[in-house]
Ligand binder design. Structure first.
Ligand code: AMP
Length: 421
């Protein structure tokens, strides 16, 4: 069997690694891949936004199933294109991907279907947005409507900060077209949690929970990033809370979207008034995938075929009870300016440690050596009998790996340790 995975992050390395466990695999391609996927798959030099190039490749190579990692090709309609030609692909159509690619669309959808979320006001002109800010209480949240790789959300403590965000998005145009519409939101308080489900157009199967760490520095300080680490334990939400999320958020979403197929990822705020949806992603989270997939005992490829062939309902997913944690090793300037091309050493020893898996993110392989090629360089993942053990193992492995400018957060999972296990 030939499988194509689209993307180049730690998420895609974890997906390719899980798919590689399937005994029927003949060949895995990753487009464009990274230094880690190169060792278990064939990297194909086609970027994730080159939807036509990916389609031609899949047809030419007679790929049996394509899996889409990132959001951009989904929003560009890669699933629609493949399906029109009868090629098997897992992911939502561009119309369903709007739940992620347009915040205004998503919020109107929540309102229409009474899905609990923060109050919101969409604006198509800066003047109207400023005028609304005059009557608001702070903090408030200013969001660019379109895809912005995590840079489109500003939690504004003051009116001035909110005005500056509106100016950046709508007048200066820092995010291009993504910022021509802005959504202003009520600020919610509570604990955040990531809840992902597999969906096949009708049935949905929830995954184990995860929590990520978006801020750059310890203590949740500093700028937002793509994610500095994550952990997965079963006590992030109680069984009753999980059922409440399925009942009030996930099921009404899937019922009202038209044949949503692929991965639906809910970013939740557990407020005093129950769970509310902050945002949907219509694909696996990064780095949540790196802690969730190592706990999946069921063969991932079987699940992906269940989705593509609409028979997820009868699948019984099995999960490992052991917690997992992942630490992002980043280049020191991240998320700002960074230097690439630093040689990475110590990977072999780190990989040999009990329970440890290293997923590459921004790396490239050259003559058997690994070099940095991005802000988030590696995801050091470990499992353990307890979350403490998983974190100890991951941090010990982080120490074994070296590259110039290596940095990471030292407090990943601390909130999880405070929960009973
Ligand atoms: P998003 O990209 O919409 O998930 O937003 C990124 C982060 O901003 C979230 O993970 C939250 O920490 C924060 N955030 C977004 N919307 C809200 C809100 N309405 N209230 C409080 N925090 C929010």
């Amino acid at each position: 069997m030939k499988i194509l995975v689209i993307g180049s992050g730690g998420r895609e390395h974890a997906i390719a690694d899980a798919i590689a466990q399937n005994p029927r695999i003949k060949q895995i391609y990753v487009a464009p891949g990274n230094g880690g996927t190169a060792s278990l798959a064939t990297n194909v030099p086609i970027t994730a936004d080159d939807v036509r190039g990916l389609f031609d490749f899949a047809r030419q190579e007679r790929i049996d199933l394509t899996f889409v990692g990132p959001e951009v090709p989904l929003s560009l309609g890669i699933v629609d294109l493949f399906q029109q030609d009868g090629l098997k692909i897992v992911g939502p159509t561009s119309s369903n991907a709007r739940l992620e690619s347009s915040k205004e669309f998503a919020k109107q959808f929540f309102k229409q279907h009474r899905i609990p979320t923060a109050d919101f006001w969409p604006f198509h002109s800066a003047a109207e947005a400023y005028s609304h800010l005059d009557s608001m209480r702070f903090p408030a949240v200013v969001k660019a409507d379109g895809l912005a790789a995590g840079k489109g959300v500003v939690v504004a403590e003051t009116r001035e900060q909110a005005r500056a965000a509106v100016r950046d998005f709508m007048e200066t145009g820092t995010l291009g077209k993504a910022g021509t519409t802005v959504v202003i939101e009520e600020f919610l308080t509570g604990e955040e949690a990531s809840f992902m489900v597999f969906a096949d157009g009708e049935a949905a199967q929830p995954m184990v929970m995860a929590q990520d760490h978006k801020r750059r520095f310890d203590g949740d300080k500093g700028p937002n990033t793509g994610g500095m680490g994550a952990y997965s334990i079963d006590t992030i939400l109680s069984p009753e809370q999980r059922e409440e999320v399925m009942r009030s958020i996930i099921r009404p979403t899937l019922k009202n979207a038209v044949n949503f197929s692929g991965i639906l990822y809910a970013g939740l705020m557990m407020t005093a008034n129950g769970p509310k949806i902050i945002e949907y992603n219509t694909r696996f989270g990064d780095p949540e995938t790196q802690v969730v997939l190592p706990r999946l005992k069921t063969d991932l490829l079987d699940v992906l075929f269940d989705i593509a062939e609409h028979r997820l309902e009868s699948r019984k997913l099995e999960w490992d009870a052991e917690p997992s944690a992942t630490i992002a090793l980043v280049a020191s300037g991240y998320p700002g300016k960074i230097e690439n091309g630093k040689r990475v050493t110590g990977l072999e020893r780190a990989t040999r440690q009990d329970g440890v898996k290293i997923y590459h993110a921004g790396t490239r392989m050259e003559d058997g050596n690994v070099f940095t090629a991005g802000g988030r360089v590696l995801n050091v993942t470990a499992r353990g009998a307890t979350l403490t053990q998983a974190l100890d193992r991951a941090y010990a492995a982080c120490e074994m790996i070296e590259f110039e400018g290596k940095d990471y957060r030292r407090d990943i999972g601390r909130k999880g340790l405070a929960k009973k296990r």
